[in-house]
Design a protein around this ligand. Structure first.
Ligand SMILES: NC(=O)c1ccc[n+]([C@@H]2O[C@H](COP(=O)([O-])OP(=O)(O)OC[C@H]3O[C@@H](n4cnc5c(N)ncnc54)[C@H](OP(=O)(O)O)[C@@H]3O)[C@@H](O)[C@H]2O)c1
Length: 238
């Protein structure tokens, strides 16, 4: 996939934004909105057609790779390639996640439980493990880990997902205590948005919520304002 150097225009700083899970939903809408505002986007996901559409729609300054965040070795290689081609991300958004099918915990099989844990917790740790060293070297950067309302409250039939998002809140706040001054790690509840994920949990009632595109016009400026002052604070897009 394209490997072009991120351009910078004199007088206008283009942020280098890395987003996991850009093939649909919030990740896709954020990628398009950051690009529309002139920022450079690095993204990943597992759906090759959607990645190619982003490449052709957004152009060569950006980079989209076929990566499952659960594959630690592949994330490591991806990080070294991205840092060589574009530099260290200035904003790293851990967005990729999955939700379990609605069911009481005792009806969730071990493999179903594992997928949610592997993507939502271990996938986030993999991305942090391989991208944050370059951010530390550059001495700056904001890491936003997508949490959920279900990372702060709970509901029946989403116990595995709740477990992962409560984990993200703790993991992110501990990471915030490890980062040097000038950087930030933030657990972010995006709100409630009509995506494939929400339809899996809410069914048709998902249509009562904003589209990812509507959400991104608020969320992207919100994300661009985050900085060291927000380190360790659980925030909600509003
Ligand atoms: N929608 C809401 O109302 C809501 C509310 C609270 C929190 N959130 C959080 O917001 C984030 C985005 O959710 P969404 O609603 O946009 O979900 P979504 O529509 O299901 O999209 C999830 C994205 O993650 C990617 N993904 C899944 N597994 C992956 C893996 N192993 N490796 C790489 N990418 C993977 C998917 O792409 P591929 O299938 O191509 O890999 C897709 O691009 C999640 O962290 C979610 O928990 C959403």
């Amino acid at each position: 996939m394209p490997n072009t150097q991120a351009p910078r225009t004199a007088g206008k700083h283009r942020r280098l934004v890395l987003i996991t899970g850009v093939t649909r939903g919030l990740g896709c809408a954020m990628a398009k909105e950051f690009a529309r505002l002139g920022h450079v986007v690095i993204g990943c996901g597992r759906s090759v057609n959607a990645l190619r559409e982003l490449e052709s729609g957004l152009g060569d300054a950006h980079r989209f790779d076929l990566i499952a965040v659960t594959d630690d070795a592949r994330v490591r290689t991806w990080a070294s390639e991205v840092v060589a081609s574009h530099g260290a991300p200035e904003l790293l958004v851990n967005n990729a996640a999955q939700v379990n099918r609605n069911a009481p915990l005792w009806e969730i099989s071990a493999p179903e439980f594992d997928v949610v844990i592997d993507v939502n917790i271990k996938g986030v740790a993999n991305v942090i493990r391989h991208f944050v060293p370059a951010m530390l070297k550059s001495g700056r950067g904001v890491i936003v880990n997508f949490s959920s309302g279900w990372g702060r409250t709970s509901s029946a039939e989403v116990a595995p997902y709740c477990a992962t998002k409560w984990a993200i809140e703790g993991l992110t706040r501990a990471l915030a205590q490890e980062l040097p001054r000038g950087m930030a790690a933030i657990p972010l509840n995006p709100g409630i948005i009509d995506t494939d994920m929400l339809r899996r949990s809410f069914g048709d009632a998902a249509r009562n919520y904003p589209s990812p595109q509507q959400w991104a016009t608020l969320a992207v400026p919100f994300l661009l304002k985050l900085g060291p002052k927000d380190n360790g604070k659980p925030l909600t897009v509003a």
